[in-house]
Design a protein around this ligand. Structure first.
Ligand SMILES: [Mn+2]
Length: 327
């Protein structure tokens, strides 16, 4: 990605009079940080910008972000002249208003900004996909730093929250020198680090702590000589602790942090099949290709897919494929 691409993005954003911003379904800290940080920055430029989310904000994010639309009627679409997708890798994952089809969207002034290598939104107007960036918030921060736009303390907090989400508080291997330099710039602009850390990392409801303990005690499975840690999350356990998987981004880290583990895998049954989350701790063994071979997506070290198979079969095939990757 050349500095010019970032400056071009800045120019296009600056020329967006009335933007509707959206992101991927089940939005995480990066998706929300990008959306609300961009909204704030565009508004500071005197432009109109709204964030659309198909549902309410997840609880853990409600303390950091607020103020989105959850419905847009077809006739209201005409109020916007620019549509911006953030942090979303492919059309099925896009949390856009239902009344707006992908075909219609591609006919509009549609800007796609992301950091997923395999981004396939193909806006037809402008795509900025920067796979070297650890988060979409990093891409946006770079855009606004390159172009000298004002980043308010509120926008800085949003962008830093996204960076910290996708780098696991700067612990994951995707943390680059550029990530930390940008984070420093955001802190200098008033980003509230403590607020982010408390909301996203030092904060768990009691039912979640109890759920995680039982999951680790009852469902943890080690295979390939302890190099694969996996767990199939039973519906009954979610019900027992009234735990909503959408509330947790860090669950898989409980498996990843076990000594000797190369692959961490979480399974649970969703509406379309068995959802698989994959993490690798070793760059020699990326999980992105495996996820994509099942129609999923993600990054080298963090990816996911949905398998239309019975529970036990989905678990067996994934564990078998992962085992085959290891020497
Ligand atoms: Mn992201």
């Amino acid at each position: 990605m050349t500095p010019q691409a970032f400056r071009q993005a800045a120019e296009l954003l600056r020329a967006s009079q009335r933007s509707l911003i959206f992101t991927h379904l089940r939005p995480d800290g990066d998706a929300l940080g990008s959306s609300f940080g961009l909204q704030e920055t565009l508004r500071k430029m005197g432009l109109e910008a709204e964030v659309f989310l198909p549902g309410p904000l997840p609880n853990r994010h409600a303390k950091l972000f607020s103020g989105q639309l959850t419905a847009v009627a077809p006739e209201e679409l005409a109020n916007f002249n620019t549509f911006i997708a953030l942090d979303c890798a492919n059309p099925p994952r896009l949390g856009k208003p239902e009344c707006l089809s992908m075909e219609e969207l591609r006919k509009k002034r549609f800007i796609n900004i992301d950091h997923h290598r395999a981004n396939s939104l193909e806006s037809g107007f402008f795509d900025l996909v920067s796979p070297d960036s650890a988060s979409c918030c990093e891409v946006l921060t770079r855009i606004f730093l390159e172009s000298g736009a004002e980043i308010t303390p509120r926008a800085a907090t949003c962008f830093l929250a996204g960076m910290m989400t996708d780098t696991g508080c700067f612990r994951f291997a995707n943390t680059g020198g550029g990530t930390l330099r940008e984070a420093a710039e955001l802190l200098d602009r008033g980003a509230e680090l403590e607020k982010i850390v408390n909301a996203l990392f030092f904060s768990k409801p009691l039912n979640q702590v109890r759920f995680e303990n039982e999951l680790m005690n009852s469902c943890l499975r080690l295979s390939a000589g302890g190099r694969i840690a996996s767990a199939f999350i039973p519906r009954s356990l979610l019900d027992k602790y009234d735990f909503d998987l959408r509330e947790d981004e860090g669950l898989i880290d409980l498996l990843r942090e076990i000594d000797g583990v190369v692959f961490a895998v979480l399974f649970h049954r969703g509406p379309d099949g068995v959802k698989v989350s994959l993490r690798s701790k070793d760059h020699a063994f990326p999980v992105g290709p495996l996820a994509r071979s099942f129609g999923g997506g993600g990054h080298d070290m963090a990816a996911g897919a949905t398998l239309d198979l019975p529970d036990a079969e989905a678990e067996a095939v994934i564990l078998e494929k992962l085992t085959a990757l290891l020497p």
